[in-house]
Design a binder for this molecule. Structure first.
Ligand SMILES: [Zn+2]
Length: 341
């Protein structure tokens, strides 16, 4: 079997349905079409979730949607004689349009430091390609090392109540305690503490010990909150968890905001056509998607344009498109990415 350059087996045609891949979705953003199922998924999911929590949101208004990618059977962009790690489902591209291939310095020094901490948390079985492909995070270790990290992340060692130490006694465990429903701190125990731990990438045993407190303090520092290690309304909010709202004065009459309609783009194109509209389409794809940056616009809608559009359609979740024509669905997706025809 073929291998990607990190030594993992690779083959075309993998899918979630076929069982070779598992879906990877962070905060609603899919890393299309998923990553290698099993230990690799566990590790890459952790990395992506922590990047989102601690470094840069995977999506927010103003960011490109659908610029997070997983498996793709193709050569390594930066050395086409090898198979890309995407071909074995062992790599992700994170916010690809913000950290395009071929460009360095897309992360700040503070972000880089946090990324290095996250990679250390997974035993450095994942690496990133500073300076030239900064969207890209790939597995750089073998199956045994990755399995060991994945087992630790999954909490394969069943959590037990830690012994009281240094005078720390835990309160009785609050089963079913809802995240955000109360203040938790050193000594707290309950299902809501598990939420705090999971968010911080810790083993979720539900007992708020010194390790959890240290992580909470770091989060508070980063978010310029009072650094007390106590998870109250502000700290819950940072974790994306709302707390019971305080009673508010009656709201003024709401201003009605109409939902933005789906963009409508009359642009259509077919395989075999030639012309300025095809050039505009190709230039748009090259400009918008760094993965296509080496592709030369020709003004002719041939097989490589079809393949690129098929890939684009797959990434934006249009099922079954063969890429041999741009119809209403693909046109709308292009418009959502800023194409004006
Ligand atoms: Zn990549």
């Amino acid at each position: 079997m073929a291998q990607s350059y990190n030594g993992w087996s690779a083959a075309p045609g993998w899918s979630v349905k076929g069982g070779q891949l598992a879906a990877l979705v962070i905060a609603g953003e899919p890393f299309s079409p998923g990553v290698r199922a099993g230990d690799v998924h566990t590790v890459l999911q952790y990395v992506a979730q922590q990047l989102h929590n601690r470094v840069e949101p995977v999506y927010k208004p103003g960011f490109h949607a659908a610029d997070d990618w997983g498996y793709a059977y193709r050569p390594n962009t930066n050395n086409p004689s090898q198979l890309s790690c995407h071909a074995s489902g062992t790599a992700i591209d994170y916010n690809a349009t913000r950290h395009p291939n071929g460009k360095g310095g897309t992360w700040t020094a503070a972000q880089k430091a946090e990324i290095l901490r996250i990679l250390a948390e997974v035993g450095n079985v994942v690496r990133c390609l500073w300076g030239y492909d900064e969207m890209h995070f790939e597995i750089c270790a073998g199956t045994a090392a990755v399995a060991a990290v994945a087992n630790r992340l999954r909490g394969a060692v069943s959590p037990t109540r830690p012994p009281a130490s240094g005078g720390l006694a835990y309160e009785p465990f609050q089963t079913g305690a809802k995240a955000g429903s109360r203040v938790v701190k050193l000594g707290s125990a309950g299902d809501d503490v598990k939420t705090v731990q999971r968010w911080h990438g810790l083993e979720a045993d539900g007992y708020f010990g010194p390790q959890t407190e240290a992580k909470v303090k770091a989060t508070q520092t980063r978010n310029r909150l009072a650094v007390d290690g106590v998870v109250g309304p502000d700290t819950w909010r940072v974790m994306g968890i709302g707390t019971a709202p305080a009673p508010r004065p009656p709201a003024p009459a709401p201003v009605k905001i109409l939902p933005a309609p789906d963009p409508v783009l009359a642009f259509r194109a077919d395989h075999g056509q030639r012309g300025a509209h095809i050039t505009r389409l190709q230039e748009f794809l090259v400009r918008t998607f760094p993965e296509y940056a080496k592709w030369k616009p020709t003004g002719y809608y041939g097989d490589s344009t079809a393949a690129t559009l098929r890939e684009f359609a797959r990434r934006v979740g249009i099922k079954g498109a063969d890429g041999r024509n741009v119809g209403p669905q693909i046109a709308a997706a292009l418009a959502r990415h800023g194409f004006r025809g």
